[in-house]
Design a protein around this ligand. Structure first.
Ligand SMILES: Cc1ncc(COP(=O)(O)O)c(C=O)c1O
Length: 438
């Protein structure tokens, strides 16, 4: 009989036979004692076993089943950009991939010319001067960077203020590092600030996460918000992690401020930016961490233990995108803005008025009034999927603070969104009538 162990390089099959042997009754060890022949069950680490459940799984599964049954699902469930990066960026990737010198390991924290390009974008966009060597590193998307930053800075007993409703990675990153998340409602920035002050005083957190434009609620802030956060950080001694994933997706003239542009910002904060959203490069995994030298260094240190950095041709293409892609970023934001208008105006027309976002690629919609309290956001999302063939994310997937809402990602084109509105309108016609006649 051939077993995989027979083919292990450097292992003499006779040695293998010395250790175990298989009989008709199953494997035995040297002394002839029976060994279990069923697959062993291993217990995963507590840090994994205690992670909160992944609530989007049910909608994903249902979407999959309905697609298999032949339904054309209009999918607004995930913030996964569906448009392509500019052709020049793709061409640069192909050219760099054809250069045999580019296939080895790249510098783990990013090639210096890419880090310089990020620093130069900070200067152009926000007037922030950064030293690319000590204040900017590249990450494999900002999610990886955030997770490893938690591991590098947070441990058991450390408290972290996390925005609620929550982008799940903010909660999981803190939990996997052994920290304690203080979930604070972030939909009213002034209240978020006063809660940060209260927790700063009473619980002395080690870190505060801020994420504006916010996923999932699309809440935005102005520069004053960051001035106040920096003051609180200096007073209570916490570090600030600003997640600027949606910095490039803004509407109606709004532009996203950077915490690094306010006085004292780089004394307390790092900021994550990404090429996933505005540059349509989500699958490429290009993110950046910039700001406070010590925090950037801590992230860099832990990353060198975990990964070998980003494929060099991707980094080279990212430089081209950053250097020449600002107009593409703007026109992509305009595409999202038009989709937002189609969706929000359409929903209002069918009797479901929703808040109109100023940024992010999401519409965070309170469930239609007659249904709030009558069904959960999970049941409502299921209803839209089953009756309208429209997939949305249930608010509860972002934590209990998200209940009563659904999140719709603007990743389908305008005509598909019009179709989604018609189908949603038909599905809700019976439910909305009472509120329209009252
Ligand atoms: C708030 C927020 N931060 C970070 C990320 C991760 O982005 P990246 O693709 O850079 O890892 C996302 C992605 O959806 C997000 O919504």
């Amino acid at each position: 009989m051939t077993t995989p162990v027979d083919h292990c390089p450097g292992l003499d099959p006779a040695d293998a036979a010395d250790r175990t042997s298989a009989t008709a009754d199953g494997p035995t060890d040297l002394s002839g004692e029976r060994l279990p022949d069923a697959p062993l069950q291993f217990r995963v680490a507590d840090r994994v076993a205690t992670l909160p459940p992944y609530l989007f799984a049910r909608i994903n599964q249902l979407t999959y089943q309905r697609r298999r049954a032949g339904h054309d699902i209009i999918d607004m469930s995930m913030g996964n950009p569906s448009d392509a990066p500019s052709q020049a960026v793709i061409d640069k990737l192909a050219e760099a991939a054809n250069d045999p010198r580019n296939h080895g390991y790249a510098p783990p924290l990013g090639i210096m010319s890419l880090r310089r390009e990020v620093a130069s974008r900070y200067l152009k966009k926000w007037g922030v001067r950064l030293d690319p060597e000590s204040q900017v590193i590249c990450t494999l998307g900002s999610k990886e960077g955030f997770g490893h930053l938690c591991l590098a800075t947070i441990g058991p007993g450390d408290g972290v203020v996390v925005p609620a409703p929550s982008y799940p990675a903010h909660v999981y990153g803190v939990a996997l590092a052994g920290g304690t998340a203080h979930l604070i409602d972030t939909t009213d920035p002034a209240r978020y600030l006063s809660e940060i002050a209260r927790i700063g005083e009473t619980k002395r957190p080690k870190m505060v996460i801020v994420n504006f434009p916010h996923n999932p609620t699309a809440t935005v802030v102005g520069p004053d918000f960051y001035r106040d956060v920096v003051r609180l950080a200096l007073r209570y001694g916490f570090m600030v992690v600003s997640d600027l994933a949606y910095a490039d997706v803004t509407y109606d003239g709004y532009s996203t401020p950077s915490i690094l542009s306010v006085e004292g910002g780089d004394r307390v904060a790092v900021e994550f930016t990404t090429m996933s959203k505005g540059f349509n490069m989500a699958g490429w995994r290009v993110g950046f961490c910039a700001g406070n030298r010590d925090i950037v260094k801590a992230l860099g240190t832990i990353k060198t233990y975990y990964d070998y950095g980003m494929y060099r041709p991707i980094q080279i293409a990212a430089i081209v995108a950053l250097r020449h892609g600002e107009a593409d970023v703007e026109s992509q934001a305009k595409i999202y803005e038009r989709r937002r208008d189609v969706l929000c105006e359409g929903l209002a027309r069918v009797g479901w008025p929703v808040a109109v976002p100023k940024a992010s690629m999401f519409v965070w919609a309170r469930m239609p009034e007659p249904l709030v309290g009558r069904m959960s956001s999970m049941d409502f999302a299921t209803k839209l999927l089953e009756e309208a063939d429209v997939a949305v994310s249930p608010g509860a997937g972002f934590g209990t603070a998200g209940e009563g809402h659904v999140r719709m990602a603007l990743i389908e084109n305008e005509s598909r969104l019009r179709q989604a509105v018609r189908q949603i309108g038909r599905s809700l016609a019976g439910d909305l009538r009472p509120s329209l006649t009252s």
